[in-house]
Structures are given as structure tokens and as C-alpha cells.
Design a protein around this ligand. Structure first.
Ligand code: ATP
Ligand code: MG
Length: 337
């Protein structure tokens, strides 16, 4: 392997920590599909990250297959992309350990996601939750991935990945790991919580009413948008006027992302409309886009053995890329294997 020649390669992943949300679809999966075919693509179900908080073992297995079903149903093709789950490729954990020894405690202390997730309870959360970003760096760098499509909330973790790569290269006087580029584009890189426009929508959030799940039925989607927090004012003519109306801006951005339009075009179309007109239009659009994916997920989940077959095959292909990169890393570090 020649150091410092990096083939364009995409890596990204989603945790099986609950059912997939509209945030995961618009901020991640839909964009994963968009990159497929443009360069080599690897998409992972990151089960080792899910267990940084308690997961019931039966639910974890189910959620792992369900994220894979979401990938497939949304258009990821196992012939074009490598689809696998992280636990089947042990090199992730091994490189994660090496990176735990490269990353600095001070860097981890700056991670806002840890502060958000640990809250006032920082002494009681798992050590894994704290170290999570260095495992994420390993996920990416194990494949020398050059591009990582993620939502806005993951930007800081990809920046940390770049810091770990730079420190490793500097400490060992090599040019071995690339400077990965975070790909954060489009109108829905941060889909907000439907009940609080200052918080992001998350699959592990407290209330089901704050998120749209990819497998919600049409009535549930309509009800959740109807009850979504907004303000009494009608929609204005320009996005500028939505600056202090985060909930309204969020719904416009969701509409734009679902219809592949710009938020500017959506505000022009709905200028002057009240919520009584906009919310049902948004619900119809969401159902139109999500129902076929959700139906296909249900069909795929009826045959878990087929999902496992796809994930096992993907893991074999992922390992073929990962194993030589880990071996070379160990050699650089001075580990006898
Ligand atoms: P959890 O609550 O367990 O952290 P999550 O919904 O945040 O779950 P992750 O598995 O952490 O999902 O993230 C998977 C991908 O989805 C990441 O690329 C992340 O940036 C993206 N993502 C998550 N939530 C949103 C959101 N609200 N808007 C846009 N992208 C999102
Ligand atoms: Mg998250």
C-alpha cells in the first residue's frame, strides 16, 4: 500500500438505538443514496456505538436489522454499496483502541454531544459514551474514507477525526491517514424536534410526538405535524423573516428536503398561508415520500435471514479493505501481530 494516495471513498453510519426518524432519513440516508455510484460507498449500522447507552439485546438485534432494512428500502443497493454492521468487522474496535491512545482527554471534554447526552449525569454514564468519538474516527479511518456524509450534529466528530489523523501522522512521521471531509449539505442537515425547535429530532428523544418515525403510518404522521409546535403568524414572503421562528423554519426546511426544492422556493409557494393550509400539505408530502419506503421496510423485516445474508456479505467486503489498513497501522505503531 502506498501511503498518501487516497482513493475517493465514502463512509457513514447510523446507530441502531431506536427506530429511524425523518431526521435520519433526510440528514443521512437520502444523502447516502445520492452519493452511491459517484464513488466507492460503505454504509454501516454502528451497533458498537448503540451500546454506549443501555440497549436490550433483543431490541438491539431487531434495530440493527431495521436500520439495514431502512438503507435497502430507501435505495441503497448492496451491489453498489458495501452495507454491513460494525460488530462483524472486529478491526473497528481494534483501531478504536489505538485511537484512544492518540486522542487527548481534553479533546473529548470539548465534545458537545457528550455534554448533551450525559447532561448532569456525567459520572454515571458509560466510559464508552465518552470515548465514542475516537471509535467513530476509527470507523472512518479504517477505510481511509475521504468523504463522510453526516448531519450537522456530527460535524464536531468529523473534525475530531481529522485531528486524530493529523496527530497520528505527525507522531509516527507518516502520511498514512487522510484528512476526511465532512459532507454536510442540503436543506435538512439539522431537522429539529417537532415540540421544541431549538433541539434536534433524535430517535432516542423522550417523546414519540417530537419526531416522525420512518415507519409511522399516515394518520400518525398527520397527527404529529398537526400538533407540531408553531407560532400563530402566517408564513412570510422571505426566509429572512423566519430568523426568530425556529419551528416554522424547520417545517419549511423539511418540506424543501422532501420535495427536492430549495427553502426559498417553498416560502415563495406558501407565502401568506396559515398553518391550516401548510401543515396538511406537509403531512401529505411526507406520507407520499415515506410510505413506499416504510412498506418496503416491513416486507424486508419479514425475512431477517436475507438481511443477515446481505450484512454478512457486506462485512466480508468491508474486512477486505479494513484488514490491510489495520495491519499497516499496527506495524507503524510497533505492535507485533
Ligand atoms: P440518537 O438519539 O440515538 O443519537 P440519532 O437520531 O441522533 O439517534 P444517529 O445514529 O446518532 O441518530 O445519527 C445517524 C445519522 O443521522 C448522523 O449522520 C446524524 O448526523 C444524522 N441525524 C440524526 N439526527 C438528525 C437530524 N435531526 N437532522 C439531520 N440529520 C440527523
Ligand atoms: Mg445521534
Amino acid at each position: 500500500m502506498t501511503d498518501a494516495t487516497f482513493t475517493p471513498r465514502v463512509f457513514s453510519g447510523i446507530k441502531p438505538s431506536g427506530g429511524l426518524t425523518l431526521g435520519n432519513y433526510l440528514g443521512a440516508i437520502k444523502r447516502f443514496v445520492g452519493m452511491q455510484g459517484q464513488m466507492e460507498t460503505l454504509y454501516c449500522v454502528v451497533d458498537l456505538h448503540a451500546i454506549t447507552v443501555w440497549q436490550d439485546p433483543v431490541e438491539l438485534r431487531h434495530a440493527t436489522r431495521e436500520v439495514a432494512a431502512g438503507y435497502l428500502a430507501a435505495g441503497l443497493d448492496p451491489a453498489q454499496s458495501i452495507l454491513f454492521n460494525q460488530a462483524r468487522v472486529s478491526q473497528h474496535a481494534e483501531l478504536g483502541w489505538i485511537f484512544n491512545c492518540v486522542a487527548r482527554v481534553g479533546w473529548m471534554n470539548r465534545m458537545t454531544q457528550f455534554k448533551d447526552k450525559a447532561g448532569a449525569n456525567a459520572e454515571q454514564v458509560s466510559l464508552g459514551l465518552y470515548a465514542y468519538p475516537s471509535l467513530m474516527a476509527a470507523d472512518i479511518l479504517l477505510y481511509h474514507a475521504t468523504h463522510v456524509p453526516v448531519g450537522e450534529d456530527q460535524k464536531q466528530h468529523v473534525e475530531l477525526t481529522r485531528d486524530i489523523a493529523a496527530k497520528f501522522n505527525h507522531d509516527y512521521k507518516v502520511d498514512f491517514f487522510p484528512q476526511t471531509i465532512p459532507v454536510i449539505d442540503g436543506p435538512a442537515t439539522r431537522v429539529m424536534n417537532l415540540r421544541d425547535g431549538t433541539k434536534k429530532m433524535s430517535k432516542s428523544g423522550e417523546s414519540d410526538m417530537e419526531r416522525i418515525n420512518m415507519r409511522d403510518d399516515a394518520d400518525t404522521i398527520a397527527k404529529k405535524f398537526k400538533k407540531a409546535k408553531t407560532d400563530p403568524a402566517a408564513l412570510p414572503d422571505t426566509l429572512d423573516e423566519l430568523r426568530d421562528r425556529p419551528e416554522a423554519r424547520n417545517l419549511i426546511d423539511i418540506y424543501a428536503a422532501l420535495s427536492d426544492a430549495t427553502p426559498e422556493a417553498v416560502i415563495t409557494e406558501f407565502a401568506g398561508a396559515g398553518w391550516g393550509r401548510f401543515k396538511p400539505a406537509l403531512a401529505d408530502l411526507a406520507v407520499d415520500r415515506l410510505a413506499p419506503i416504510s412498506n418496503e421496510m416491513t416486507r424486508l423485516m419479514d425475512d431477517p435471514a436475507e438481511i443477515d445474508r446481505i450484512l454478512t456479505d457486506g462485512a466480508d467486503r468491508a474486512r477486505a479493505i479494513a484488514a490491510p489498513i489495520l495491519s499497516r497501522t499496527a506495524e507503524i505503531v510497533g505492535l507485533l501481530r
